[in-house]
Design a protein around this ligand. Structure first.
Ligand code: ZN
Length: 192
């Protein structure tokens, strides 16, 4: 079972998004580089759900590796730049959270540490480490599903957006949260 083959197979089914995508600008402050001007709120919401469904499929795939099910997708304009899922157990690596893995892949893909125009979709509220990585990469927009009251850093145990950090970002929470929560609950019920 090859992680990258599974990821490619899932991404291939989400290559064409049926909803309009934001304009991306190379220049300008990173947090202003995702431009939804002219896009209806309803379409924006449907687009967020579309990419979150991709992240959820990745989370589901991580179950096959005995991982806590979390998936993440990086999108830029109308294309998926990178995707991954939690690999802490299978890769035996404390740093292998879906978001950190996806940020690393996106930096390699874009040839830089700053990720203007990128949107990170993740099924679960990011932890302190992933939040640090998101701010380091200046990701302008984060969309997450389920909240994590025990470890989340976007409202769970703390809120990075309220800290005096040198980057302002746009955050959307609760997108298909029930699905992400159900996957997690299913995993922890089976484990017990
Ligand atoms: Zn994390």
């Amino acid at each position: 079972m090859n992680r990258e083959v599974i990821i490619s197979e899932i991404i291939s089914r989400y290559e064409i998004c049926p909803y309009p995508s934001p304009a991306v600008h190379r220049r300008g402050k990173p947090h202003t580089t995702v431009d939804f001007a002219g896009i209806r709120e309803e379409d924006k919401k449907l687009r967020d759900e579309f990419y979150m469904r991709c992240a959820l499929e990745l989370a589901e795939a991580s179950l096959r590796f005995g991982e806590v099910p979390v998936g993440a997708v990086m999108v830029r304009g109308d294309s998926i730049i990178a995707a991954d899922f939690n690999g802490r157990e299978s890769e035996k690596n404390a740093l292998y959270h879906a978001e950190v893995a996806v940020i690393g892949k996106t930096c390699r893909e874009m040839g830089g540490w700053r990720l203007p125009g990128c949107e990170l979709y993740v099924t679960l509220e990011p932890c302190i480490m992933c939040t640090g990585a998101i701010f380091q990469a200046r990701v302008p927009r984060l969309i997450f599903g389920a909240s994590d009251p025990k470890a989340g850093f976007f409202g769970g145990i703390a809120n990075a957006c309220e800290m005096p950090l040198n980057h302002k970002m746009n955050v959307v929470s609760g997108v298909l949260a029930e699905d992400a929560k159900n996957l997690l609950e299913e995993f922890f019920t089976k484990k017990r």
